[in-house]
Design a protein around this ligand. Structure first.
Ligand SMILES: C[S@@+](CC[C@H](N)C(=O)[O-])C[C@H]1O[C@@H](n2cnc3c(N)ncnc32)[C@H](O)[C@@H]1O
Length: 261
């Protein structure tokens, strides 16, 4: 690649890799801007952008997932690291999250990966309406195909950085509203520091419960790692009403709502 290729060509080059081909272009642009500096060669700009995009969006998934064939829910859950690790704990996790809920319940799963396939673990007392929001277009397509014709499953190929669109999506659905942000906050913070705070400030008032989760052990291995989550925990405690928090498997969950709910 020659030095000085223009921004459009470099972005085209970045997304020419299949893995990144269906990401929202705005997100690719934001990541690219991080590295669009004179000190980097064009090759480096492409390479570093792809590295960050991989960390934010695709490191968790197996290639097989993108080569979709007819399979059952369990197969899909096992093809994504986050859902795979959660398999033995789903029932417990959902029972804890939904202990105070019954009847019509809308779940907005932000940065959902393939978590819709875990629907059969939801407590049966819920009349579930599921909204999956995910930036990786291939994952959205796989789930749309699988749930075709099921009126209570909806999928959106959107970026969580598009706040207005996210707020629009939250207008869908009657009944109780619950937002999942499972292992998604780290990805957001990689690109825009403190964006999760802005996101939470905007969406918490619109729903009944928000659940954020974090990995407590490193990706793929069982080693516990130390990541300072104090900043987000303090933020939640100061601005919202903490309902509960618990650890299941390799994940810590924090449940909260707007104050006084
Ligand atoms: C660690 S995975 C977790 C997936 C799922 N929430 C789970 O826990 O099973 C993070 C997911 O968030 C998605 N993601 C990251 N940044 C995003 C953004 N700005 N907009 C939409 N999705 C995003 C990634 O593509 C990835 O699927």
């Amino acid at each position: 690649m020659e030095r000085g290729s223009n921004k459009r060509d470099l972005i085209k080059k970045i997304i020419s890799k299949k893995e990144f081909s269906l990401l929202p272009l705005e997100d690719v642009g934001l990541v690219f801007e991080n590295f669009d500096k004179d000190l980097y060669s064009d090759e480096e700009k492409v390479k570093f952008s792809r590295n960050l995009l991989r960390k934010m969006y695709t490191v968790f998934l197996s290639n097989k997932l993108l080569k979709y064939r007819e399979k059952n829910e369990e197969w899909f859950l096992n093809k994504h690291l986050s859902t795979k690790e959660r398999m033995p704990f789903y029932k417990e996790v959902y029972e804890k999250i939904f202990s105070g809920f019954k009847g019509k319940t809308n779940v907005y799963d932000m940065g959902s990966g393939v978590n819709s396939f875990s629907h059969y673990f939801f407590p049966k007392k819920l009349d579930l309406n599921y909204f999956g929001i995910e930036a990786v277009g291939q994952l959205v397509e796989v789930q749309k195909k699988f749930f075709l014709g099921k009126k209570n499953f909806h999928f959106f190929h959107e970026s969580l950085f598009d706040l207005e669109r996210i707020k629009e999506i939250l207008k869908n659905g009657n009944g109780k509203k619950v937002v999942f942000l499972f292992k998604a906050i780290d990805s957001l913070e990689m690109l825009k520091k403190n964006y999760s705070k802005t996101l939470l400030e905007e969406i918490v008032p619109l729903v009944d419960l928000v659940v954020v989760s974090f990995a407590t052990k490193s990706l793929g291995s069982k080693k516990r790692f130390f990541v300072d989550r104090k900043w987000i925990k303090n933020f939640i405690e100061k601005n919202f009403e903490l309902k509960s928090s618990f650890e299941e498997g390799n994940e810590e969950y924090i449940l909260f709502s707007k104050k006084g709910l």
